[in-house]
Design a protein around this ligand. Structure first.
Ligand code: DAH
Length: 339
């Protein structure tokens, strides 16, 4: 019996040496100390021993059991610390490795242009107004003298949400909202995003930016319009720029015009940017149509005004020599970093 116990102890020691996982330790424990374990069997068989033998074998068997338990605990501790060591090794931080470079954003070219435009008009006493991007048909068209079936609607491919709600195609509805809410004198600009259901190409984007301008007061004339827009052009592009007004048609202004400025690339000589003409079309403008004033409860016999509107994208592209509007909406850092 004694030998058997010693053999068990030796076998356990041997098996634990080779154990490399917690489950293997558990297997050893079950094999020897479990209900049907080898040592358990011996302890169960103690009854058959003689009175002299029983205490001696019993003592030894208990020693062996304690011993085996100790061995298993030790082996388990060793496994745990080995695992910890491996984990620490694998998680080691190599402080000599080069760090990940953080790319810091820059101001967007549209934002830079808008800031300059705002600054110029604020210095001339304009205030900045805002309006919703989701507009009603009334503000975007009707009140601006563009009734249903008017050809001007066809030029502005509209994203309709339902019959009477749409994404604004122009910033002009902010003229109406401002005149409804304020009494003249009014002197405002309204920058904002506008939407048109155009396929994107080098010169079209379904989203772009416009800036609207409006002055309403007693005695406002076309001379005020010309003087204001000429001053803006000089401040924006330089004193040498000349402006030229061509007759045009907009439903909400009468008379209406388009304003060209000297091409700032060739200074009027004629180049690729101005298609050889020496002029660049900058904006639409005109005297506020009497019906539009009336729609807003302003008496056209007492008050007059002028309005203008231009594309911020177009001006930005001209200013920085960008030849594809899509570049302004693609968030490509290689492009944006240049400004
Ligand atoms: N809303 C016009 C457009 O999107 C631009 C415009 C033209 C605005 C003349 C005006 C204006 O205020 O007077 O084409």
């Amino acid at each position: 019996m004694k030998e058997k116990l010693e053999m068990i102890r030796a076998a356990v020691l041997e098996e634990l040496k080779g154990a490399s996982a917690k489950t293997e330790l558990e297997n050893v424990r079950v094999k020897y100390l479990g209900k049907k374990g080898e040592l358990t069997q011996i302890l169960r068989g103690m009854g058959k021993l003689s009175n002299e033998e029983r205490p001696i074998v019993g003592k030894l068997a208990n020693e062996v059991r304690e011993n085996i338990e100790e061995l298993i605990t030790k082996a388990s501790d060793t496994l745990k610390s080995k695992a910890k060591e491996m984990k620490l090794k694998s998680e080691i931080i190599d402080i000599s490795m080069p760090g990940k470079k953080q790319t810091i954003g820059k101001r967007h070219p549209l934002d830079l242009t808008l800031e300059k435009v705002n600054e110029i008009f604020l210095s001339m006493g304009f205030v900045i107004e805002e309006g919703p991007e989701v507009e009603t048909d009334y503000y975007n068209f009707e009140a601006l003298n563009i009734p249903k079936n008017h050809p001007a609607r066809g030029e502005q491919d509209t994203f309709y949400i339902n019959d009477s709600i749409l994404l604004r195609t122009q910033t002009s509805p902010i003229q109406i909202r401002t005149m409804e809410n304020q009494k003249p004198p009014i002197k405002m600009i309204a920058p904002g995003k506008v939407y048109r259901s155009d396929a994107a190409d080098a010169t079209h984007s379904p989203i772009f930016y416009q800036i609207e301008g409006l002055i309403v007061d007693k005695g406002i004339t076309f001379a005020d319009l010309k003087g204001t827009l000429e001053m803006f052009t000089h401040k924006m592009f330089g004193d040498k720029m000349e402006t030229k007004f061509r007759p045009h048609h907009f439903p909400f202004t009468e008379p209406s015009a388009e304003m060209d400025a000297t091409c700032f690339v060739c200074k009027g000589e004629g180049c690729k940017v101005c298609s050889g003409s020496g002029w660049i079309e900058l904006l639409g403008c005109g005297m506020v149509h009497p019906q539009v004033l009336r729609n807003c409860g302003i008496d056209p016999e007492v008050y007059s005004g002028f309005a203008f509107g231009f594309g911020l994208d177009r001006i930005t592209m001209l200013k920085y020599g960008i030849d594809d509007i899509r570049a302004l909406y693609e968030s490509d850092m290689k492009f944006l970093k240049q400004f």
